[in-house]
Design a protein around this ligand. Sequence first.
Ligand SMILES: [Zn+2]
Length: 91
Amino acid sequence: MLKNYTEIAVTEVFDEVLNELRKQNPEICSCERCREDVMAVALNRLPPKYIASDKGEIFTKVSFSRVGGKAEVIAALLHGFELVGKHPRHG
Ligand SMILES: [Zn+2]
């Protein structure tokens, strides 16, 4: 099956970035809708990196060099949190 490795990398650092941001701003929402909106913004800013994998294959250690570096992924997520924080779309 096809997987977007960028998505795996973004998912991997999501909570790390969220926890960092919460130190400054404990109010940051992490409901399902906001999580997905932040992820969508981040993923739209990063180039996709499709890989074929066996069904159910689990990537225990994400190789950030495959997606342009961890700093790039974090920067994209920070942009997502900023945007969604200003314009949350949850009900
Ligand atoms: Zn929310």
